[in-house]
Design a binder for this molecule. Structure first.
Ligand code: BTN
Length: 331
């Protein structure tokens, strides 16, 4: 990018802020050129740049009229009126990356601050749990990763996945009232189909948590036929469930605020406050399940989730706490 392009980009960011600060949607171009100490033609170029990014702006002879902003995961949109204080204060947005978790890890190793958010419109190698891939087509889903630096023992890090799942369930609940469930530890379901997943990755040094990356993938506006054949019967999107398009920017912002609240409670008091709600959203409690973790296989009734975020399975003889694994409901 050359200097002129860079300047135009900066001007378009400032122009956007100026437009949004105004109580009316109409602004005189002459006034803007005085404000930004530039000529009207440059103001028009900056407005055209915003239009090319999806902003609906009418460019009249002497004024511009702001109509609407695009639902794009950009720093400008995600940061605009964001109400969280830590999570999302630094935002890196990409068009296409292999995996936002990988970028977040690199940024964290380079010293990125707690709460840094990485988003992408598309992932070419999105990663899921248990070595699976995460289908991440452009423009329709949400793919984001958050860097955390909690001062907790590494073995408590799974609790972060649990509170992320809870914050996400609370965010999705008003969109699909009564339909959102958490399949322990952190799959989000609508009915029996998966709508979102969480991949939490910990980097520890000498038994101390260095940083944690919480990666979240949400199927938002995908049509069901866009899912690969092998997951089509098990996947869903918010659009499929609600029969309407869902705004991604507002969804991310709501999530960040809810996640921050859960995170602050978690680092001061652990899972205590979150557990009743986590249990309320759980799709597993009371169900006959089999949990597979490595070579181990435990079958029984999923009875509860404990303060360490473990699933408690009632077998014929014992109550067994399980920290990680893949759960199948045996019905
Ligand atoms: C799962 O349910 O298997 C977890 C899926 C996690 C997907 C998200 S998308 C953003 C972040 N980047 C990745 O590569 N994975 C996570």
């Amino acid at each position: 990018m050359n200097d002129t392009q860079l300047q135009l980009e900066r001007l378009s960011d400032e122009l956007l802020l100026a437009i949004r600060r105004r109580p009316t949607v109409r602004i005189g171009i002459e006034k803007l050129s005085q404000k930004f100490l530039t000529d009207p033609a440059t103001i028009r170029d900056a407005a055209r740049l915003l239009i090319s990014l999806g902003y609906r702006i009418k460019l009249k002879k002497s004024e511009l009229i702001f109509l609407s902003a695009p639902d794009s995961l950009t720093q400008n949109e995600l940061g605009y009126k964001l109400k969280s204080k830590i999570i999302g204060q630094n935002i890196f947005c990409y068009n296409a990356v292999k995996s936002t978790n990988d970028i977040a890890s690199l940024l964290a190793s380079d010293g990125a601050t707690e709460g840094t958010l990485v988003t992408a419109e598309q992932q070419t190698k999105g990663r899921g749990r248990h070595g699976r891939s995460w289908h991440s087509p452009p423009g329709t889903g949400i793919y984001m990763s958050i860097i955390l630096r909690p001062k907790i023992r590494p073995e408590l890090a799974p609790g972060l996945s649990i509170i992320a799942a809870l914050a996400l369930a609370e965010t999705l609940e008003p969109i699909c009232p009564g339909e959102i469930k958490i399949k322990w530890p952190n799959d989000l379901l609508i009915g029996k189909r998966k709508v979102a997943g969480i991949l939490t990755e910990l980097t520890a040094d000498k038994g101390k948590t260095d940083f944690v990356v919480v990666g979240i993938g949400i199927n938002v506006n995908q049509g069901i036929s866009s899912f690969p054949e092998e997951i089509r019967a098990r996947a869903t999107s918010l659009r499929r469930a609600t029969k309407r398009k869902v705004a991604r920017v507002a969804l991310v912002q709501n999530f960040l605020v809810r996640f921050e609240k859960q995170y602050l409670a978690f680092i001061s008091k652990g899972l205590v406050a979150a557990l009743p709600k986590v249990r309320k959203y759980s799709s597993l409690l009371g169900e006959p399940v089999t949990v597979r973790a490595g070579q181990k296989k435990i079958s029984g009734i999923a009875e509860s989730i404990d303060q360490q975020g473990r699933l408690l399975i009632r077998t014929d003889t014992d109550l067994i706490p399980v920290s990680a694994g893949e759960v199948t409901v045996e019905r």
